[in-house]
Design a protein around this ligand. Structure first.
Ligand code: SAH
Length: 287
């Protein structure tokens, strides 16, 4: 593990983002108790999207819909190379590889996710098109300008926005589209929540107003910021409750009931405190 996370990364992050501790983050994602959460999300580790077209969708259906919205925004073409920065167990990577017939590299810092991603890609018959790399997304073992497109799907807040965008700039080709799905702070975000997110969820959230400058500094042109808070946050808690009910027996094999209650409180607090945006940007052709 230690060799995955260079001292430099830690120091660089420490300068701007005290919460960044890759080892703690890996512990969080590798904890077997988390398997209960993988279950209710059907292995997609991100929030769902609901509107008048899918008010009755389950958590996992709505999570797949969010991925589809991201896929629709991506400009990736058949046969091109796409990078999924913080890929979880690869369900969105498999979804975009199928939809766009592109090649996808999924980057995760977690060994559990890397192994599980490989297995799921094999089961889906997609291992020739979806590969996994166990690496820190701030120092990806690839040449500059390798990828035709990429996204951070609910992952950039674990990495430090500035550093993550810098590495995304390096690995993408000029003109490539970068998508970001991010949980953002807003008027409802309490200081108490920010501390909790930093210490317990290893996340540092920023307001959407920070994006234009961050992207400009990282040499990306901002194309759009879509605030989809209202299609996400009000739905999540009831849907998580329904998911817990549906999978209760299986989840209780991994964790005690009080852990489930705790998870629910975390979702409640995230939904009360944060908003949700989708960002589309393009790596500048002339820096
Ligand atoms: N995009 C996935 C997973 C989101 S969870 C999905 O939607 O299913 C956040 C992901 O970011 C996890 O896979 C975690 O391992 C990854 N991650 C966080 N920080 C990372 C880092 N510094 N390097 C690589 N992966 C990281």
């Amino acid at each position: 593990m230690k060799d995955l996370v260079s001292k430099l990364d830690i120091e660089e992050n420490g300068a701007t983002m005290n919460s960044f501790n890759p080892e703690k983050l890996v512990e969080m994602y590798d904890a077997t108790g988390e398997l209960g959460l993988y279950l209710i999300f059907d292995n997609q580790l991100h929030f769902g999207y609901w509107d008048k077209n899918n008010p009755n969708a389950s958590l996992s259906e709505a999570a797949a819909r969010l991925t589809q919205i991201m896929i629709d925004k991506s400009k990736i073409l058949q046969g091109e190379r796409f990078c999924d920065l913080g890929c979880g167990v690869g369900v969105p990577a498999i979804q975009i590889a199928k939809a766009k017939e592109c090649f996808v590299d999924g980057i995760t810092i977690s060994k559990y996710q890397y192994d599980k991603g490989k297995k799921l890609a094999e089961e889906a018959g997609m291992s020739d098109r979806v590969r996994f790399i166990q690496s820190n997304a701030l120092a990806i073992p690839c040449d500059d300008a390798t990828y035709d497109g990429g996204w951070f799907l609910e992952s950039i807040y674990h990495m430090g926005h500035r550093q993550a965008l810098r590495e995304a700039y390096r690995i993408l080709k000029p003109g490539a589209t970068l998508l970001i799905a991010d949980l953002i702070t807003g008027p409802n975000t309490s200081e108490e929540f920010k501390t909790f997110a930093r210490e317990q969820l290893h996340s540092d959230h920023i307001p959407k107003e920070d994006y234009p400058e961050l992207l400009d500094e990282a040499r990306f042109d901002l194309i759009e910021i879509d605030d989809i808070t209202e299609s996400m946050m009000p739905f999540m808690v009831p849907k998580v409750k329904a998911g817990f009910k549906q999978y209760e027996a299986q989840i209780l094999q991994y964790v005690q009931r009080e852990v489930m209650d705790n998870w629910l409180r975390v979702f409640e607090s995230v939904c009360e405190n944060l908003g949700y945006i989708l960002v589309r940007a393009k790596k500048r052709v002339c820096p």
